[in-house]
Design a binder for this molecule. Structure first.
Ligand code: VGL
Ligand code: ZN
Length: 198
């Protein structure tokens, strides 16, 4: 088996001081850099939204960040504007060692559909291309780290498991947002899907 390290959304907007800050989000950067040495392939994801993205509360008059709305593809949390293409908040944390990255997958570019997972947009149908990349490179086994445990990490882990990859989550190298118990729920869903916690 050839393993890839999948580093989810280690961007300024998900770090303390950012638009959608995850508590201690930046604290995992040194550990992620160290973990990169243990993997023959490193893949980074980057949340990369147009300014008018439909997951932003600012696009829904009368709604506030963290309200829920119904989209064509199901329920959607409305977020503060974050990771706008080309902005500082969308940039990788400067301490993240991006020189080791084989591939950077950007997601969330379609203004109509949010995209938490590294594999599919939130319609669970539109692919990002990552599965094809992994298959053609013979990368058969995935280890996940990054932000946020209960959103992009969880959706990526569940899709990876569904696609048949053995998935390991490095528990010390993820951090969560935790909306209404979403962190505990995410842990349960990932365990149920067969994700290994290490
Ligand atoms: C994320 C909410 C919105 C994440 C991205 O990286 O977990 N969460 N966009
Ligand atoms: Zn986003």
């Amino acid at each position: 088996m050839t393993s890839a390290l999948l580093v989810i959304d280690m961007q300024y907007d998900f770090c303390p001081g950012g638009a959608l800050a995850v508590p201690e989000g930046d604290s995992i950067v040194p550990g992620i850099n160290a973990a990169m040495r243990d993997f023959p392939a490193v893949i980074l994801t980057q949340d990369w939204h147009p300014a008018v993205h439909s997951s932003f509360a600012s696009q829904h008059p009368g709604k506030a960040p963290f309200d829920m709305v119904e989209m064509s593809y199901g329920p959607q949390v409305l977020w503060p504007d974050h990771c706008i293409q080309g902005s500082h908040g969308a940039a990788f944390h400067a301490d993240l060692d991006t020189t080791r990255a084989d591939l950077i997958i950007r997601k969330g570019m379609n203004p109509e559909i949010d995209s938490y997972s590294a594999f599919f947009e939130n319609d669970h149908a539109t692919p990002t291309g990552l599965h094809g990349y992994l298959q053609t490179r013979g990368l058969t086994d995935l280890t996940l780290v990054g932000l946020a445990t209960d959103f992009c990490v969880k959706f990526s882990a569940l899709d990876a498991a569904r696609l048949g990859y053995p998935v390991t989550l490095l528990q010390d190298l993820v951090r969560g947002i935790d909306l209404d118990g979403s962190l505990d729920a995410a842990t349960g869903e990932m365990r149920e899907a067969g994700v290994r916690f290490a």
